[in-house]
Design a protein around this ligand. Structure first.
Ligand SMILES: Nc1ncnc2c1ncn2[C@@H]1O[C@H](COP(=O)(O)OP(=O)(O)OP(=O)(O)O)[C@@H](O)[C@H]1O
Ligand SMILES: O=P(O)(O)OC[C@H]1O[C@H](OP(=O)(O)OP(=O)(O)O)[C@H](O)[C@@H]1O
Ligand SMILES: [Mg+2]
Length: 281
């Protein structure tokens, strides 16, 4: 059985469980369940704090885990990112009192509060910035007002928390994060990992793409195919009316309306879009 670590709480928890559910795995019925076996799929899920997941995977106790890239890098363990999962996106950034800082280099000699001290220390040392790091568990935005730090490094999503604390971001983003599947490198992959990854990729593709069908005159197929090249190549089928064909192709969800407009202008008709329920690519 492959042993998988899944966030039990916090920002990543619901989305991770939803993705595993869409991938056909059993869902836990109660959020207090700590372990759940899915014998039909030969898989066992362990619900753990997202910050701890890298530790379990790095030590070899569990085979793979879902966590945030920022939490994974912060833990500084022997593991690798196997796959981006497309949810839990966030940016890790410097912030300080409005108007006080504009570049990371100005942090030399300053005190920096963060919950991600491992990640922050490597960033600072790679750039030769000598600042002292104050490790806090959360509500890091309050640390400057309360006098334990001069600036912070934290997860910023909307920026609302920063604004409310009278702070603003400065400098380049330290890290762009999202949920990732992590595992160990350089070993025989655990049995079942290939199936798990194929299933997760199926969910991601079904979320990112739609299926587009349309009818078009035969002589316009090549022009239409440049608009809808699909993942490999569009399917072209004959219609009873000989001058026309039916075309079917996967299209990025975000491009759907632009492509429909362009196909219509080209002469395509009966343009239909449907969601992909599940797939294996
Ligand atoms: N708005 C957000 N706030 C915090 N973390 C976020 C946010 N959006 C995405 N994330 C990601 O979620 C992960 C942090 O999850 P975690 O459960 O540790 O913290 P949390 O959601 O802040 O929960 P808590 O603070 O209650 O422990 C990180 O990978 C982070 O990048
Ligand atoms: O840019 P925003 O949309 O305001 O979101 C970012 C805030 O959300 C998180 O805090 P959380 O609510 O997890 O509290 P915590 O600081 O105690 O972890 C994060 O640590 C930031 O403080
Ligand atoms: Mg938090």
């Amino acid at each position: 059985m492959i042993r998988v670590a899944v966030p039990n709480k916090g920002s990543l928890s619901e989305a991770a469980s939803a993705m595993l559910g869409e991938a056909g795995y059993r869902q836990r019925r109660d959020t207090r369940e700590l372990v759940m076996t899915d014998p039909d799929n030969d898989i066992e899920f362990f619900f753990l704090r997202p910050r701890d997941i890298a530790v379990y995977v790095g030590s070899g106790t569990l085979d793979v885990g879902i966590t945030g890239r920022d939490l994974f890098l912060d833990a500084q363990v022997e593991a690798v990112e196997l796959m981006n999962l497309g949810f839990g996106t966030s940016t890790f950034r410097f912030a300080g009192p409005v108007g006080e800082f504009s570049r990371a280099e100005q942090l030399n000699g300053k005190r920096l509060a963060t919950s991600y001290d491992g990640l922050l220390r490597s960033y600072l040392s790679e750039r030769g910035i000598e600042a002292s790091v104050v490790r806090l568990d959360g509500a890091v935005e309050s640390s400057v007002r309360l006098g334990v730090a001069d600036a912070i490094a934290d997860v910023v999503e909307t920026g609302n928390t920063l604004r409310a604390a009278g702070m603003e971001i400065f400098g380049d983003p330290i890290l762009k994060s999202e949920a990732v599947l992590i595992g160990r490198s350089g070993e025989n992959p655990p049995p079942g990992l290939d199936v798990l990854m194929r299933r997760l990729r199926g969910v991601i593709v079904a979320r990112e793409y739609v299926m587009m069908d349309y009818d078009i005159r035969k002589d316009l197929v090549d022009a239409a195919a440049t608009l809808t090249p699909g993942l490999e190549s569009p399917t072209v089928s004959p219609l009873r009316d000989t001058g026309w064909v039916a075309v079917r192709s996967m299209v990025r969800r975000t491009q759907t309306n632009r492509i429909m407009d362009e196909l219509y202008d080209l002469g395509a008709r009966a343009i239909l879009v449907s969601t992909i329920h599940a797939c294996r690519i």
